[in-house]
Ligand binder design. Structure first.
Ligand code: DQA
Length: 143
């Protein structure tokens, strides 16, 4: 069976209890379930990884180079996650960057992503729905 990598970075393990006025009330488990629902249309399985440190995320990318595609919310590592960027540069399949909040409507330090230039697409500001839409995009575009 083919796997889709769902990668969440620092502080996303506490979704639902983390500034719900910004990030919503869905938990990471809800997000993982929603993505699994969407990709089941293609018979794909979700490999969900959340790490608060960059090394865990890098390892998860390296361990899943044979997945069919990926959905990545790097959290604050969007700003300077150069090691994660290098790991994703070697990822051979399409991947989408997702942010729950509209980072461009927030503090200026959130306005640049070092990862986004490598992504096939980016969804921001749609809350947990963004993950579902990213999954749908992979389902519709991956060969
Ligand atoms: C986030 C936005 C980032 O700026 C922040 O550091 C996060 C969450 C989002 O999903 O909106 O951790 O990636």
């Amino acid at each position: 069976m083919s796997d889709v990598l769902l990668l969440n970075g620092p502080n996303l393990g506490i979704l639902g209890r983390r500034q719900p006025e910004i990030y919503g009330t869905d938990t990471l488990e809800d997000v993982e379930r929603a993505v699994a629902e969407e990709v089941s249309a293609r018979g794909w399985r979700v490999v969900a990884e959340q790490h608060d440190c960059e090394c865990g995320l890098i390892r998860a990318v390296q361990d899943n180079y044979d997945s069919v595609g990926a959905i990545v919310n790097p959290g604050a590592l969007m700003i300077a996650g150069w090691g994660l960027r290098d790991a994703l540069a070697n990822y051979p399949r399409p991947w989408l960057e997702v942010h729950l909040s509209n980072v461009w409507a927030r503090e200026s330090f959130r306005h640049e992503s070092v990862l986004a230039p490598l992504a096939s697409g980016l969804i921001a500001g749609l809350g947990a729905l963004g993950y579902r839409l990213a999954a749908r995009a992979l389902v519709n575009t991956v060969e």
